[in-house]
Design a protein around this ligand. Structure first.
Ligand SMILES: *[C@@H]1O[C@H](CO)[C@@H](O)[C@H](O)[C@H]1NC(C)=O
Ligand SMILES: *[C@@H]1O[C@H](CO)[C@@H](O)[C@H](O)[C@H]1NC(C)=O
Ligand SMILES: *[C@@H]1O[C@H](CO)[C@@H](O)[C@H](O)[C@H]1NC(C)=O
Ligand SMILES: *[C@@H]1O[C@H](CO)[C@@H](O)[C@H](O)[C@H]1NC(C)=O
Ligand SMILES: *[C@@H]1O[C@H](CO)[C@@H](O)[C@H](O)[C@H]1NC(C)=O
Ligand SMILES: *[C@@H]1O[C@H](CO)[C@@H](O)[C@H](O)[C@H]1NC(C)=O
Length: 737
C-alpha cells in the first residue's frame, strides 16, 4: 500500500503542472486519448484493438479491467491451500475414514457427529461435510499446533463460547455453509494469530463489536450471504490488521459514520446486494487505504457530495444497480487514483463531462447506455460498446438490415423518380393536383436518399465501426442525414394530410366550392415545406437545449430516447411524433372513413346500385390500402413513443428496424398508391401503349383487368357528377361539372 504513496506525490505534481499551463499528459480533444508520454492523441476506439497505433504500444496497455483487489493482493487467495506434502503420516491417532498427510488430517464426508480424538500435533484439520451440529467447550484445546480448521457443510448450529479456546496458533478458520445463527462475544478471544475467517452462508443475524475481541491479526473477514441487518459501530477496533471485508448479500439497511471508524488498514470493502439506502457523509472518511469499494445492488438513492472525499487511493468503485437519482458535479472529484468506475443501470439525468474529468487515471467506465460514453471522453474503455442498432464492428449490426437498406432505398428512389418523370411526361388536366403529387414524390425521394447514405456509411465503416462510432455520431454528415430523414417524413406526413383533406372536401361536401385553387395550393405547398424544414432545422438551434439531437444512434434518426435524455430533445421528439404525426394520422384515418361512408350513401341513393357494387369494393380497397400503409408506417412509431413515455426500455434493435423497414414504407408506397393505380393514369398509359404497340393491346387489357384489385373507374359508366368526383387522385383532376 505504501508503495502507492509516491504516486500521490506524482499526481499532485502533475496537477500543479497543469494549473501552470504545461500539459503533462497531453490534453486530448473529446473522444481521444493520449499515447502514453507522446503528444499524439488517438480516437478512443483505437485502444486495445490489437494494433500498435501509437507506435510506443501505449494504446495496447491496460486492456483488461484488472484494477482493484486482483492487483492489490496478487494471488494470495490462490495459494491458501497449496502446500506440497509427502505421502507419509505423522499422526498416531485419527478416525478410520480420514486422510492423513504429515500432520494434516482430512476427514471429508466421514459421517462424523462430533470432533474426533486425534494426535495432538495435528496442524490442519478438515472436517468438511460431516454431521457435527455443535462444538462444545474446549473441543480443540488439546491441539495447540492447529493452524487451519475447515468446518464447512456441517449444519453447525451451536458453537460454545469456549469452543476455540487455546488455539493460539490458528491462522485460518472456515465456518461457511453451516446453520450458525449467533456467535457469542469472546468466542474468538484466543485466536491472536487468525488471519482468515470465513463465515459465509450462515443465517447469522447480528454481530456485536465484542465478537472480534482477540482477532489482532485478522486480515480477511468474509460474511457473504448472512442475514446481518446492521453492523456494530467501530467494528474494526479489535481487528487493526483487517484488510479485506466481504459483506455481500446481507440485509444491511444503513451505515453510520462510525461503522468503519477504525478500519484504517481496510483495502477492500465489499457491500453489494444489501439493502443500504443511506450512507452518511463521513462513513468512509477513515478508510485512507481503501483500494476497492463495492456498493452495487443496494437501494442508495443519494450519495452525499463529499462521501468519497478521503478515499485518495481508491482504484475501483462499483455503484451499479442502485436507484441513484442524481450525481453531484463534484461527486468523484478527489478520486485521482480511480481506474475503474461502474455506474451500470444508473440513469444520470445531469450527466456532463465535469463529473468524470477529475479522474485522470480512469481507464474503465461502465454505463447504462452507450450514449453516456461521450461524456467521459478521456476514459479509454467505456461500456456498453454498442447501442443495439450498430454492433461493435458495424454500423448496421444485422445482415438483413444491410441488404434491405439498399433494396428499400432503391425502391423508394426509383418509384418516386419514375412517378415524377411520368407525371411530367403525361400531362394531366388538373395540373394543381399533379403538382402536389410531384412534390410528395420529391419529399418521399429524400427518404430513399437518406437510406442510400446509411447504406454507404455502413459499407465505409464495415468491420471497424467501433473506432468511428462516436466521431460519426458527432459528425456533420450524420446530423445532415438526420435532418434529411426528418424533413422527408414531416413534409410527407403534412402533404398526405393536405391531399386527404382536399379529397375529403370534394367528396363529403360535393356542392360547396371550397377547393383550393392553383395559387392557394402553391401557397399551401410552400407552407408545408417551410414547416417541415423548420421542424427539422429547429434542433440545430441550441446545442445546450437539444444536445446532439440527430446523432444519438448510428442511423442518426431521433426516434427513441431513454429517460435521461435532455428534456429539450425528449420533449421535442415526443411533440413531433406523438403530437404532429399522430394528429395527422388520426385526421387521415377519420377523413377516409367519412369519405367511404359518404360514397356508400350516395351510391345507395342512386338507382344503379348493382353497377356500383364493384366500384364500391374498389374504392374500399384503395382507401384501405392508403390507411393501411399509413398505419404500418406510423403505428410502430407511436407505440415506441408511448412505451417510452411509460418508461419501458426499448432495445436499439427495434429502432433500427423501424427506421429501415417501417418509416420508408409510406415513401415507397405513396407513388404507387397515388399515381400508378389511378384510373386516369392507367388510361393514359394504355393509350400510349396502344399508340406504340397496337398489337399487344389485348394482352395488357386482360392483364390489367385480372389484376385490378385497386380502383378502376370507367368514366363512361359514371352518370352522376358527384360520383365523378368521388374517385381519388386523378379523378379530381377532371373538371367538376
Ligand atoms: C516515453 O517513455 C519511454 C519509456 O517508457 C522513453 O523511452 C521515451 O523516451 C519517452 N518519450 C518521451 C517523448 O518522453
Ligand atoms: C501450487 O503451487 C505450485 C508451486 O508451488 C504451483 O505449480 C501450482 O500451480 C499451485 N497449484 C494451485 C492450484 O495453485
Ligand atoms: C506427533 O505426536 C506423536 C505422538 O502423539 C509422535 O509420535 C509423532 O512423532 C509426532 N509427530 C511430529 C511431527 O511431531
Ligand atoms: C456522526 O454523525 C452524527 C450525526 O448523525 C454527528 O453528531 C457526529 O458528530 C458524527 N461523527 C463524526 C465522527 O463525524
Ligand atoms: C459491479 O457489480 C456488479 C454487481 O454486483 C457486477 O456484476 C459487476 O461486474 C461489477 N463491476 C465491476 C467492474 O467489477
Ligand atoms: C495512474 O495509475 C498508474 C498505475 O496504476 C500510476 O503509475 C500513475 O501514476 C497514475 N496516475 C495518476 C495521475 O494518478
Amino acid at each position: 500500500m505504501f508503495l502507492l504513496l509516491p504516486f500521490i506525490v506524482l499526481i499532485d505534481v502533475k496537477d500543479f503542472a497543469q494549473t501552470q499551463g504545461s500539459t503533462i499528459p497531453p490534453l486530448c480533444q473529446k473522444g481521444y486519448f493520449p499515447c502514453g508520454n507522446l503528444t499524439q492523441c488517438l480516437p478512443r476506439a483505437f485502444h486495445c484493438d490489437g494494433v500498435d497505433d501509437c507506435g510506443n504500444g501505449a494504446d495496447e496497455e491496460n486492456c483488461g479491467d484488472t484494477s482493484g483487489w486482483a492487483t492489490i493482493f496478487g494471488t494470495v487467495l490462490g495459494n491458501v491451500n497449496n502446500v506440497t506434502l509427502t505421502q507419509e503420516c505423522f499422526l498416531n491417532q485419527y478416525p478410520q475414514h480420514c486422510d492423513c498427510k504429515e500432520t494434516e488430517l482430512e476427514c471429508v464426508n466421514a459421517g462424523l457427529q462430533s470432533v474426533p480424538v486425534i494426535s495432538t500435533n495435528v496442524t490442519l484439520l478438515s472436517l468438511k461435510k460431516n454431521k457435527i451440529h455443535s462444538l462444545p467447550d474446549k473441543v480443540f484445546t488439546k491441539y495447540k499446533e492447529l493452524k487451519k480448521i475447515f468446518l464447512q457443510h456441517n449444519c453447525l448450529r451451536h458453537i460454545s463460547r469456549k469452543a476455540f479456546f487455546g488455539l493460539y496458533n490458528l491462522q485460518i478458520l472456515y465456518l461457511n455453509h453451516n446453520c450458525i445463527t449467533t456467535l457469542r462475544p469472546g468466542v474468538f478471544k484466543d485466536l491472536h494469530q487468525l488471519t482468515w475467517l470465513i463465515l459465509d452462508d450462515n443465517p447469522i443475524t447480528r454481530i456485536s463489536q465484542r465478537l472480534f475481541t482477540g482477532l489482532n491479526s485478522l486480515f480477511f473477514l468474509s460474511m457473504v450471504n448472512n442475514y446481518l441487518e446492521a453492523l456494530p459501530s467501530q467494528m474494526c477496533t479489535q481487528m487493526p490488521q483487517l484488510n479485506w471485508m466481504d459483506l455481500e448479500g446481507n440485509r444491511i439497511k444503513y451505515l453510520t459514520n462510525s461503522t468503519f471508524l477504525s478500519c484504517d488498514a481496510l483495502t477492500v470493502l465489499f457491500l453489494p446486494r444489501n439493502q443500504i439506502d443511506f450512507v452518511p457523509e463521513k462513513t468512509f472518511s477513515s478508510l485512507k487505504n481503501l483500494g476497492e469499494l463495492d456498493l452495487s445492488s443496494n437501494m442508495i438513492m443519494e450519495l452525499p457530495v463529499h462521501l468519497f472525499k478521503d478515499l485518495k487511493l481508491l482504484q475501483k468503485l462499483n455503484l451499479s444497480s442502485n436507484p441513484l437519482l442524481y450525481l453531484h458535479k463534484n461527486q468523484f472529484g478527489s478520486l485521482k487514483q480511480l481506474q475503474s468506475l461502474d455506474l451500470e443501470r444508473i440513469e444520470i439525468p445531469n450527466i456532463n463531462t465535469g463529473i468524470f474529468q477529475p479522474m485522470r487515471n480512469l481507464s474503465h467506465i461502465y454505463f447504462k447506455n452507450f450514449r453516456y460514453c461521450s461524456y467521459a471522453p478521456h476514459v479509454r474503455i467505456c461500456m456498453p460498446s454498442t447501442d443495439g442498432i450498430s454492433s461493435f464492428e458495424d454500423l448496421l449490426a444485422n445482415n438483413i438490415l444491410r441488404i434491405f437498406v439498399w433494396v428499400i432505398a432503391f425502391i423508394t428512389c426509383f418509384g418516386n423518380l419514375s412517378v415524377i418523370g411520368m407525371r411530367s411526361f403525361i400531362k394531366a388536366e388538373n395540373t394543381t393536383h399533379a403538382m402536389s403529387i410531384k412534390i410528395l414524390c420529391c419529399a418521399d425521394c429524400l427518404m430513399g436518399v437518406y437510406l442510400f447514405f446509411i447504406g454507404f456509411f455502413d459499407i465505409k465503416y464495415r468491420g471497424q465501426y467501433q473506432k468511428y462510432a462516436l466521431l460519426w455520431m458527432e459528425s456533420l454528415p450524420c446530423r445532415l442525414m438526420g435532418f434529411l430523414a426528418m424533413l422527408s417524413t414531416e413534409v410527407s406526413v403534412l402533404l398526405l394530410t393536405f391531399l386527404t383533406l382536399e379529397k375529403f372536401l370534394v367528396i363529403v361536401f360535393p356542392f360547396s366550392n371550397i377547393r383550393p385553387g392553383k395559387r392557394q395550393t402553391l401557397v399551401i405547398l410552400i407552407c408545408i415545406w417551410t414547416v417541415g424544414f423548420l421542424i427539422a432545422v429547429i434542433p440545430f438551434w441550441s446545442e445546450d437545449y437539444f444536445g446532439n439531437f440527430y446523432g444519438k444512434n448510428g442511423v442518426c434518426f431521433p426516434l427513441y430516447y431513454d429517460q435521461t435524455e435532455d428534456i429539450g430533445s425528449r420533449g421535442y421528439s415526443l411533440g413531433i411524433f406523438l403530437g404532429v404525426n399522430l394528429l395527422a394520422f388520426l385526421i387521415i384515418v377519420f377523413s377516409y372513413i367519412t369519405m367511404f361512408c359518404s360514397i356508400q350513401k350516395t351510391a345507395l341513393q342512386t338507382a344503379e346500385v348493382r353497377n356500383h357494387i364493384g366500384k364500391e369494393v374498389a374504392v374500399a380497397n384503395r382507401f384501405f390500402f392508403i390507411v393501411f400503409s399509413d398505419a404500418i408506417c406510423w403505428i410502430p412509431v407511436f407505440v415506441v413513443k408511448i412505451l417510452s413515455l411509460l418508461r419501458v426500455e426499448i432495445p436499439g434493435t427495434i429502432t433500427s428496424w423501424i427506421v429501415i423497414f417501417f418509416l420508408p414504407v409510406n415513401s415507397a408506397l405513396n407513388p404507387i398508391l397515388y399515381t400508378l393505380t389511378t384510373s386516369f393514369f392507367k388510361d393514359k398509359l394504355k393509350q400510349l401503349l396502344h399508340k406504340h404497340r397496337r398489337k399487344s393491346i389485348f394482352k395488357i387489357k386482360k392483364k390489367s383487368l385480372s389484376t385490378s384489385i385497386v380502383w378502376t373507374d370507367d368514366s363512361s359508366s359514371v352518370k352522376l357528377g358527384v360520383l365523378n368526383k368521388i374517385t381519388l387522385g386523378d379523378s379530381i383532376m377532371k373538371p367538376v361539372s
